[in-house]
Design a binder for this molecule. Structure first.
Ligand code: SIN
Length: 534
């Protein structure tokens, strides 16, 4: 559904940032060096996927490490679909960005002034910085959120939900928003930055918080900006699977410190799947765990911490220790029951190396964006770095380009998703999650994908759609599931996190990206950067 209106009389903010994970907070702080920023976020400033990140931030800071090694590891994990210049940007610019966080006061764990670094899966070197043991995301968020909240050039609007991007002759002019009272308002901006994060909530089991409903992807798509790589969803191999407890992340760093995966019979299984055993790439470990669960007819495996001392468990993983204890599990004494859960969306809004989307004046960074940096399988702890590096790239682009304040067009448009009719929607959220989990999970098949596709065909209801957050979130999720099904059906091979039981091998002919936009599907070679003419 499209509505149009005249923007006459509405004020304009130079920069509008939507989202408050690491990408949104950091980009807002950098842009405030140039001009005023309005940052909107759908709940509290500190509520985002970033806040729940445990492992930390991968960066080649150790003198014995190098960005080139980090580059090689990232490319290898990405299963032939990483974009080399994007990865080079990430690993070479990453160290300076992380030094900036340190200068701003992020308390990364250190011993006598030397930063402590952990090795995580598919890294050839221990390069993951962490904070308060396993509360890295929370600690980073605290520092950034505090700086944002106290910044004289940043206006923060919590509990503001973006419902559509505003478009006109020259691209994007901001967003239509529901404020804390559910009242519709428009925020006009010279540049709009989407940093809305992930979409794990479309699955039943996810490590993501309730806010991760993929809104930014839907907003961008409906406004005309293409999305890429939507078939690639990363399932984390080890989420807590304990009766009565939430689906809580058990960081890969636990395996980095010596945790061992065992099946129901107590047998260590990872060495029979991959030479790097528990530290194989994440997609490999997730599929192996899944396969062991199938073989033994159970819904979990165990993460055995018996090689880790009690002292190490309590000091390195205080958050996991306390959380498990609160559900009656003492992990210094018993193994942790774990199962895979949806964790990270590799696909996203296609951006170039400046964070520009195809829609003029619309930028994106963080999990919602796709620069090609993660390929078909993101390397552990590269996501926080991605948010910083590409957020900075947006800042630098806007700082250096002869940025023209746009003349407001006589008419602006906002497009809303109409995936299903309001009458049919009532009990749809859990049904949608079931459908995505069953058909778009770790193992996929053509007939099941087609079956699911029939169930989420878009509606053509004439009934006006209600503009409220629960309804629009579900519409966004439903649109996203439909697009993910299209992409998963198209890719007739297995690569990275996308595993097709009916096409179990990688096919070199598929070294290309699937790009979806309202005008259709296109395929671009994996080594070809996105580039736009604006
Ligand atoms: C983890 O701590 O295992 C997750 C880190 C990440 O997603 O990169």
């Amino acid at each position: 559904m499209k509505i149009t209106f005249s923007p006459a009389g509405l004020g304009t903010t130079p920069f509008l940032v939507i989202g408050s994970g690491i990408a949104g907070l950091y980009t807002a702080l950098k842009l405030a060096e140039i001009a005023n920023v309005t940052l909107i976020t759908k709940e509290a400033l500190e509520e985002s996927n970033t806040s729940y990140a445990q492992g930390g931030i991968a960066v080649a800071l150790s003198p014995a490490d190098s960005p080139d090694l980090h580059y090689t590891d990232t490319i290898q994990a990405g299963a032939g679909l990483c974009l080399p210049p994007a990865v080079a940007t990430l690993v070479h610019e990453g160290p300076e960005r992380v030094q900036e966080l340190i200068a701003w006061g992020v308390p990364f764990d250190a011993d006598a002034g030397t930063l402590l670094m952990t090795r995580e899966a598919a890294h050839s070197f221990p390069r993951v910085l962490h904070a308060d043991g396993d509360a890295s995301g929370r600690e980073i968020t605290k520092v950034l959120a505090q700086r944002v909240a106290g910044h004289p050039r940043i206006t923060v609007k919590e509990n503001h939900y973006a419902v559509a991007l505003l478009t006109g002759e020259e691209g994007c002019y901001g967003a239509m928003v529901l404020d804390e009272n559910g009242t519709r308002t428009s925020i006009l901006a010279e540049a709009t930055i989407l940093a809305t994060g992930g979409s794990g909530q479309i699955f039943t089991d996810t490590t993501n918080p309730a806010v991760a409903t993929g809104d930014g992807l839907a907003l961008a798509y409906l406004a005309g900006a293409p999305l890429a790589d939507l078939e690639f969803v990363q399932f984390h191999p080890t989420a807590l699977h304990l009766e009565g407890a939430p689906c809580f992340l058990i960081t890969e760093a636990v395996r980095g410190e010596g945790g061992i995966l065992r099946n129901q019979r107590g047998v260590r299984f990872m060495p029979s799947y991959h030479e790097q055993a528990e530290l194989a790439p994440r997609d490999v470990v997730a599929r192996s765990v899944w396969s062991e669960m199938e073989k033994t007819g159970t819904d979990h495996v165990y993460l055995d911490l018996s090689l880790l001392s009690t002292e190490l468990i309590k000091s390195r993983f205080p958050n996991i220790y306390e959380t498990c204890l609160s559900y009656g599990l003492d992990i210094t004494k018993a193994p942790i029951p774990v199962a895979p859960a949806a964790h990270y969306m590799m696909g996203g809004i296609a951006i170039d190396l400046h964070g520009r989307t195809a829609l003029p004046r619309l930028f994106a960074c963080g999990e919602v964006a796709n620069s090609g940096v993660h390929g078909a399988n993101r390397l552990a702890s590269n996501s926080l770095l991605d948010g910083l590096v590409f957020g900075y790239r947006i800042f630098r682009y806007l700082q250096n380009s002869p940025w023209q304040r746009p003349d407001l067009p006589p008419e602006l448009a906002a497009v809303f998703p109409t995936e299903t009719s309001p009458e049919l929607l009532a009990a749809d959220r859990s049904a949608l999650k079931e459908l995505a989990s069953t058909h778009l999970g770790i193992i996929r098949r053509e007939d099941a994908l087609q079956n699911a596709q029939r169930q989420v065909a878009p509606a053509s209801s004439a009934t006006p759609i209600p503009l409220n957050r629960p309804y629009l979130e579900l519409q966004n999720m439903r649109l996203l599931v439909r697009l993910m099904l299209d992409a998963a059906l198209s890719r007739r091979e297995s690569r990275g996190s996308h595993y097709r039981a009916d096409y179990p091998d990688p096919d070199p002919a598929w070294a290309k990206r699937i790009v979806l936009s309202p005008t259709g599907v296109s395929f671009i070679p994996a080594d070809q950067p996105f580039s736009w003419s604006w």
